[in-house]
Design a protein around this ligand. Structure first.
Ligand code: NAD
Ligand code: UDP
Length: 319
């Protein structure tokens, strides 16, 4: 039985990856310090013989006994309000955490896949973003803590690949959504749906003419799974190219939820990227992957999930 370590396993993407690897017949070890995650995302796996959970901060030395085949490094705050609140931890998990996990991969002779992001392209001057684009990041801006941690993460990963011969994979994830996002994490989908459920107006930042392209979690997990098992060690964009402005998206959510509330405009956060759309030619060609879930269907499932949460979650302001 193959053994996989998933850091950030109690988070949104990490927990879906745990489910997928359990389903594929792996022994899964989830590791998380719960700084932005939620143990409830994993509770349904606790009774399984081939599932383990370690409460651990990966910026500290990481030890796993026995053999290990794969590592997926997903630990990191991922929403702008999270990483602005814990900037130093964000830098440390991208830098020290990644270093520890690469060291573990080297020791165990395991293949490691790291979760990079479309944020490494910053506020892009190339559209849609191809993997060849080097990006446009403000290193000293508030978002720099996340973007630069992820850029460093890619660099050290390639250094371990070249210098130590570690088998590495780099996925550049574009905005992904679905059940198990934290309702109060500040990302646009939980923010808008939470506002609709509480009967508040939807807060569109700036004029709402900035764009994003949203990928449903099942599609994202499929792409990540294929990349891990592929022989390709260069970065690959995994996301849904279906682009929409934030204002149009707010209107879609008003329709979906049937809320009587309206859109209100708030200041655009500093360095908020104006447009974002993945070029997924590489993923199509190398992995035979493309997203399948339409936004309408994915958003319906996501809305059902948020509606099913205890009302306490709806009013939790902080993590
Ligand atoms: P999330 O906040 O739900 O999950 C991250 C998890 O990492 C949490 O459970 C958190 O407690 C854990 N964590 C953070 N620091 C840790 C540390 N030092 N030690 C151990 N655990 C730690 O976020 P997510 O959306 O699931 O994102 C997961 C990964 O995917 C992140 O690396 C993120 O940068 C990347 N990513 C996500 C998206 C997206 O749209 N969801 C886009 C691009 C990249
Ligand atoms: N956004 C918004 N209102 C909110 C939360 C976010 O208009 O209440 C905007 C935000 O400014 C950004 C987009 O939605 O332009 C996506 O934000 P998110 O935090 O989800 O992700 P990211 O900016 O990292 O892509």
């Amino acid at each position: 039985m193959k053994k996989v370590l998933i850091t950030g396993g109690a988070g949104f993407l990490g927990s879906h990856l745990c489910d997928r690897f359990i389903k594929e017949g792996y022994h899964v070890i989830a590791m998380d310090n719960l700084i932005t995650g939620d143990i409830r995302n994993l509770e349904h796996l606790f009774h399984l013989e081939h599932f383990e959970f370690f409460h651990h901060d990966v910026t500290k030395f990481v030890h796993i006994s026995g053999e290990l085949d794969y590592i997926l490094h997903f630990a990191s705050p991922a929403s702008p309000i999270d990483y602005l609140k814990i900037p130093i931890q964000t830098l440390k998990v991208g830098a020290l955490g990644t270093h520890n996990l690469l060291g573990l991969a080297k020791e165990k002779n395991a293949r490691i896949l790291i979760a990079s992001t479309s944020e490494i392209y910053g506020d892009p001057l190339v559209h849609p973003q191809t993997e060849e684009y080097y990006g446009n990041v403000n290193t000293i801006g508030p978002r720099g803590v996340y973007d630069e941690a992820k850029r460093f993460m890619e660099s050290i990963t390639m250094a371990y690949n070249r210098f130590h011969g570690v088998e590495t994979r780099i996925v550049r994830i574009f905005n992904t959504y679905g059940p198990r996002m934290r309702l109060n994490d500040g990302r646009v989908i939980p923010a808008f749906i939470g506002q609709a459920l509480r009967g508040e107006d939807l807060t569109v930042f700036g004029k709402g003419d900035q764009t994003r392209s949203f990928c449903y979690v099942d599609d994202e997990v499929e792409g990540i799974y294929r990349l891990l098992l592929s022989e390709y060690d260069q970065p690959v964009n995994i996301g849904n190219p279906h682009e929409i402005t934030i204002k149009d998206f707010a209107e879609e959510i008003i329709k979906l939820t049937g809320t009587q509330q309206k859109i209100v405009f708030k200041p655009l956060p500093q360095d908020d990227p104006m447009q974002r759309q993945p070029d997924i030619s590489k993923a199509k060609e190398i992995l035979g992957w493309e997203p399948k879930v339409l936004r309408e269907e994915g958003m319906r499932k996501t809305y059902e999930y948020f509606k099913s949460l205890p009302s306490d979650d709806l009013y939790k302001r902080d993590h």
